[in-house]
Design a protein around this ligand. Structure first.
Ligand code: ADP
Ligand code: ADP
Length: 240
């Protein structure tokens, strides 16, 4: 089924040329989608729109079968339960003053999904799903390596049971061997269905084709804000 759809989406920052023009794409359940392109191609902008952080200046976005209107608070709240972000830098994305337990369970509180003991139990499940022991909840981010921090960020992203993870260069700050481990974790979560056995589909932005090829079923190539190529990973990577 269709999770996300962009129909003729454009985006212009207040200054400068259009960052996105006439972008059409569909994210289908169970098919991880890679968004690739050179720096400045519009990848991060597209991800911000799919996250609902900005509204397109042209075209329309649909999520979970309904239009995504970011000015509608209730709609945005539902969207936050549906999609969750994973960012590039696991050092700046985790609040250094908070314990891992509070960091991982935070979306549950802000989304009104669970409180108290239920939230703690769900956080423990999320940490287990990313391969971390339950006792990390009392520790702080600085006690973990980059790869472990990215696992914690992924635990936070899946704790509320989203159907889509939107990951912007999630491994580019990590060393090579850790990259593969984190990508394989995303693959595993996609197959096992995250926390609740629900399908979990990843949209992965990366400039690293080997990372994309390892995880993604389909690829969209952006160039100066427009889609210049799309297809299965095999089709795109073997194209002349
Ligand atoms: P990326 O890693 O996606 O290429 P950049 O390093 O280009 O990101 O940009 C880092 C931050 O600066 C982002 O938040 C981006 O939105 C912002 N940014 C990029 N280009 C400009 C620009 N021309 N004017 C203002 N902000 C920009
Ligand atoms: P990518 O993620 O592929 O590197 P971005 O989405 O960051 O690309 O940027 C797309 C275009 O939008 C680039 O030309 C960039 O300079 C511009 N841009 C990004 N952020 C801003 C911003 N905050 N203000 C103005 N221009 C921006």
């Amino acid at each position: 089924s269709e999770l996300l759809r962009a129909d003729g989406v454009g985006f212009a920052y207040r200054k400068g040329a259009d960052a996105l023009r006439e972008v059409d794409l569909t994210v289908t359940a169970g098919r991880h989608l890679g968004i690739v392109g050179e720096s400045g191609a519009g990848k991060s902008t597209l991800l911000r729109l799919l996250l609902g952080l900005d509204a397109p200046t042209a075209g329309r976005l649909f999520a979970d079968g309904t239009p995504l209107d970011v000015r509608d608070r209730a709609r945005l709240r539902a969207h936050r339960r549906f999609v969750q972000p994973v960012f590039q830098d696991p050092y700046s994305s985790l609040d250094p003053r908070r314990r891992i337990g509070a960091i991982v369970s935070e979306p549950l509180r802000s989304l009104g999904i669970a409180h108290g003991e239920t939230a703690a139990t769900r956080a423990a499940h999320a940490l287990k799903a990313v391969g971390l022991p339950a006792d990390v909840v009392v520790r702080f981010p600085h006690q973990f390596s980059g790869g472990q921090r990215q696992r914690i960020a992924i635990a936070r992203a899946i704790v509320g049971g989203p159907q889509v993870l939107l990951a912007d260069e999630p491994v580019s700050a990590l060393d090579m061997s850790t990259r593969v481990q984190v990508i394989d974790l995303l693959d595993e979560l996609g197959q096992s269905g995250g926390l609740e056995g629900r399908p979990l589909t990843v949209v992965l932005v990366s400039h690293d084709l080997s990372v994309v090829a390892r995880l993604c079923h389909d690829i969209v190539v952006l160039e100066r804000g427009t889609v210049v190529e799309r297809g299965t990973t095999r089709e795109v990577l073997t194209a002349p």
